[in-house]
Write a protein that binds this ligand. Structure first.
Ligand code: PRP
Ligand code: URA
Length: 207
């Protein structure tokens, strides 16, 4: 397994906008979409190429095209939805699954409520969720995907706590994780510090 922290200046700039409590819902959502596209560039960096003969207006050539990676984007509802459009703008042929989970407010443990993924289990899954706090939601979502037969899974998050990252690495060492930032800690309510607050509420304007 490997952990990739995307320290590109544009990603870091946009993440700072998202962290700022004065940022509007509209700007928060837009920044998440833009970061997801930039992170998507990194997550697809090792996709293999195959060469195909084409003709330019001047001559024939062997031209490289992305080969063989069929992708399904799998957002953890709700906040993971905010990362889908950015990825789709890079990989328009990707399928989109949905994994419904919320964190119980008392126990902070994940509760499943919905699961729908494409039938073809050979596809690479890009699991999306901006927040990896305790890591419970990500661990359970990955376990569910594996139970369903998916074997090639990557996770794209925005911000992780050290505890959450360790939990996912320990439970699923075969899953590569892409992050924009590794933060400092969790508070007593298991929110990431400094974090960006409740991602779902900030994306959808529900608080
Ligand atoms: C948030 C977040 C993750 C989860 C992270 O979702 O989007 O799914 O909490 O916490 P964990 O790592 O401790 O499991 P939330 O339960 O708030 O649901 P929502 O996206 O529907 O608001
Ligand atoms: N869920 C969030 O949206 N933010 C956190 O910091 C932790 C869980």
């Amino acid at each position: 397994m490997s952990v990739h922290i995307i320290d590109h200046p544009l990603v870091q700039h946009k993440l700072s906008i998202m962290r700022d409590k004065r940022t509007s819902t509209n700007k928060f959502r837009q920044s998440l979409q833009e970061i997801s596209m930039l992170m998507g560039y990194e997550i697809t960096k090792d996709f293999p190429l195959a060469y195909e003969e084409i003709e330019t207006p001047l001559q024939k050539m062997n031209a490289p095209k992305v080969a063989g990676k069929k992708v399904v984007i799998a957002p953890i509802l709700r906040a993971g939805l905010g990362m889908v459009d950015g990825l789709l703008s890079l990989i328009p042929s990707a399928r989109v699954g949905h994994i419904g989970m919320y964190r119980d407010e008392e126990t902070c443990l994940p509760v499943f409520y919905y699961y729908k993924m494409p039938a073809n289990k050979d596809r690479m899954v890009i699991l999306t969720d901006p927040m990896l706090a305790t890591g419970g939601s990500a661990c359970d979502a990955i376990a569910r995907l594996k139970e369903d037969g998916f074997t090639n899974i990557r996770m794209m998050a925005l911000v992780a706590s050290p505890q959450g990252l360790k939990a996912v690495c320990d439970a699923h060492p075969d899953v590569d994780i892409y992050l924009a930032a590794l933060d400092d800690d969790l508070n007593e309510r298991k929110y990431i510090l400094p974090g960006l607050g409740d991602a779902g509420d900030r994306i959808f304007g529900t608080k």
